[in-house]
Design a protein around this ligand. Structure first.
Ligand SMILES: [Mg+2]
Length: 299
């Protein structure tokens, strides 16, 4: 089938490596681990976190579930994806899942097909949060040879948990960005051109007008940093930093961290996009030793 023929597993592998590194690195800057003034200072001074273990969170857990379905089926089978999300959640609930997923995922363990009725009732009209965007970059890398397929499969992957059009648009934008990263043509206007009309799309166009020599914390002020836990408050800034450092994963993650906010998720998004092109081979050994590996379970 077409979906199988176009699969770029190697790009997807690179992307999930970048995504999980960003997730684990970004998590280090949360107030739980560092009070905000210290986090801002250490990010500015590029002080690498010295904790022995940087654990990844729900962003990586869900990305691995998406990849598991692609490996099994070559395409997004939505009921299977719902089951994999529920299984992943059930195996380790302490990965920092948002409120909506704590409500949605347990019932899907025994009745995966119920996502069709349950997801649209989350938050009155479906979730417009970051959950579908934060996990989707490896899917964009996987289908990068066919951008129409990227858009279609990203939408299918999002709908299982995020019924709101903005939640879906966030996923489409990040998947397209990852695909363009693999193809070597990543740009904000190019991502916006494939993103459905709405707030995420408009945020991407706004980001396209923010010069790349702008300080990242200032860009986050203009574009959002995920603090509002909405896709349109998260995706434009994370794609902007990816464009700013399209060939340097470490520089991209520092720039994204400067925005603080929902920093594990913004770094997971940026890491998945840039990593799809670069992989993690150029990342310092001190980082790779500390970060929790996403494992090879999906390969
Ligand atoms: Mg997280």
């Amino acid at each position: 089938m077409t979906a199988t023929r176009t699969a770029d597993r190697e790009a997807a592998r690179r992307s999930v490596q970048g995504l999980s590194l960003g997730d684990a690195f970004g998590e280090r800057w949360f107030p739980l681990f560092r009070e905000p003034a210290r986090a801002a200072r250490e990010i500015r001074d590029r002080v690498v976190p010295t904790e022995a273990e940087w654990h990844w969170t729900d962003d990586t857990a869900m990305a691995l579930a998406v990849l598991r379905v692609l490996v099994e089926h070559g395409t997004i089978e939505q009921d299977r994806l719902a089951a994999c999300f529920a299984l992943t959640y059930d195996a380790d609930q302490a990965r920092g899942y948002g409120h909506g997923m704590h409500m949605l995922l347990p019932p899907l363990l025994t009745a995966p097909g119920d996502w069709r009725t349950l997801a649209p009732t989350l938050f009155e009209g479906g979730s417009l949060g970051n959950g579908a965007a934060m996990r989707v970059a490896p899917l964009g890398a996987w289908f990068s040879a066919d951008l129409d397929l990227v858009v279609e499969q990203a939408r299918l992957s999002a709908e299982v948990t995020h019924a709101h059009p903005e939640g879906i648009a966030g996923a489409v934008a990040v998947a397209v960005a990852a695909a363009l990263s693999v193809r070597g043509g990543l740009g904000l206007a190019e991502v916006a051109a494939r993103t459905p009309a709405g707030a995420v799309h408009d945020g991407l166009l706004k980001a396209a007008d923010v010069p790349l020599d702008t300080a990242p914390w200032r860009a986050a002020d203009l574009l959002g940093n995920g603090q509002r836990i909405r896709a349109d408050d998260t995706v434009p800034f994370a794609v902007w930093t990816a464009v700013r450092h399209a060939d340097d994963l470490v520089a991209a993650l520092w720039a994204t961290a400067e925005g603080l906010g929902d920093v594990d998720t913004t770094c997971a998004i940026t890491g998945g996009i840039v990593g799809a092109a670069t992989g993690v081979e150029g990342v310092p050994a001190a980082w790779l030793r500390r970060r929790e590996s996403p494992g090879a379970s999906w390969a």
